[in-house]
Write a protein that binds this ligand. Structure first.
Ligand code: V47
Length: 364
């Protein structure tokens, strides 16, 4: 196989990967633009085997989107709604309590909770959300509030971001999900989400999260107007921050779903691009322990294939995913533990149920 990689003109990158040498942004662009998907996948699989062996992680989790009311109204988002919209909703603390109690018998280990940038909910609401979940399920890990939400909460609290995170931690926040990163390029942000926290603002917030002792994830929303170079610059900024803080757990490329968005004229991403985003990330982000193929966005079938293209995590049971489904995702709302285990096994990998921080709960 090495000969085929050399014939494909990727010998230099193969050598770097074999020697655990860092790839450059130009190397990443070359991989993205290379027509031989299998060659790129082969390179990613070398790194995947080195970092995670055959282990493939999943989690028993529950998603809660407390409100879709949002002042940012990004062009790529079908979830966020103006407060006046008929489709706008907002959960009360007792609504959230009900959602948690409904599934109290299930062995859920993580609540993944995010929402829009709400114009009027007070700071106390967010603290109460965390406290109410912890009161009902004290053992559960709450991964909540993207860096964009955290900066908004700090504005509401009138305190520094560090002090706000400290209070949220006290109320039950366990870690921070990777959303809101989109594409860091100011050009892309200007054209797609001009009101949102800047890319640099997101990175600064992630740095503070890590300095406050919390782990977080990182994402990139790909497949709309971004260039290959902008993708690679995004990954480069993440790799630099990870060098400094070591606070990222996983990188998750998010496939753009155009339906019901202001960018609905664009096509959905292709399977080739979905796999390339995972594979290039695995090759380039040498300091990220995990690369996640989020089955909700790329389908369980492609997530299964992705396990040979650099991914070592397929997220989890999820249930009631709204953000992607509002934008036209045709995947199921949830997967059972048995289904997750089966698709991982079928891919020739070892299913590992994990908690949020990647402690092993059970090897299957
Ligand atoms: O921040 C918005 C993206 C994100 C669309 O940390 C869209 O483990 C596709 O970040 N098509 C939220 N994507 C989801 C997210 C996430 C999901 C799963 C796991 C983790 C994790 C994080 O979804 C948003 C935005 O980047 N998004 N609109 C759309 N139309």
């Amino acid at each position: 196989m090495d000969n085929l990689i050399i014939q494909a003109g990727l010998g230099n990158i193969l050598e770097k990967i074999r020697n655990s040498e860092r790839l450059s942004v130009e190397d990443g662009i070359k991989l993205f633009e290379h027509p031989d998907l299998l060659a790129v996948g082969y390179l990613a699989n070398i790194v995947r085997q080195r970092v995670n062996n055959d282990n493939t992680y999943f989690i028993y989790n529950q998603h809660i989107n407390y409100s879709n009311i949002c002042t940012n109204l990004c062009k790529f988002c079908a979830f966020g709604k103006d407060k006046s919209s008929d489709l706008a909703y907002e959960m009360s603390i007792s609504d959230v309590e009900k959602k948690i109690r409904e599934r109290i018998e299930e062995p859920i280990t993580e609540i993944h909770m995010v929402g829009g940038i709400h114009p009027d909910l007070p700071y106390s609401y967010y603290l109460d959300l965390l406290r109410c979940i912890k009161k009902i399920r004290p053992e559960i890990h709450i991964q909540a509030f993207t860096c964009v939400e955290l900066v908004h909460l700090a504005e509401l609290s009138g305190k520094s971001l560090a002090d706000t995170i400290s209070e949220l931690k006290e109320a039950g926040l366990g870690s921070v999900p990777g959303g809101g990163a989109e594409v860091f390029s100011p050009r892309v942000r200007e054209l797609t989400c001009e009101k949102k926290l800047s890319g640099q603002g997101w990175l600064n917030a992630a740095k503070t999260v890590h300095e406050m002792g919390l782990k977080s994830n990182a994402t990139m929303l790909y497949g709309h107007i971004e260039t290959t170079r902008e993708r690679m610059e995004h990954l480069d900024m993440l790799r630099r921050l990870q060098d400094e803080t070591k606070g990222f757990l996983a990188y998750i490329p998010l496939a753009f779903h155009p339906k019901n968005t202001e960018m609905s004229n664009l096509s959905r991403t292709s399977g080739i691009d979905d796999l390339k985003n995972l594979a290039v990330a695995r090759c380039f982000l040498d300091n990220f322990p995990h690369i996640k193929a989020y089955w909700v966005m790329i389908s369980p079938k492609l997530a299964q294939v992705a396990l040979s293209f650099g991914a070592d995590d397929i997220d989890g049971t999820v249930k009631e995913e709204i953000i992607t489904h509002m934008a036209g995702a045709e995947t199921e709302q949830a997967m059972t533990r048995d289904q997750l285990v089966r698709i991982i096994r079928e891919a020739g990998r070892v299913p590992v149920e994990r908690d949020t921080l990647y402690n092993v709960i059970k090897m299957y």
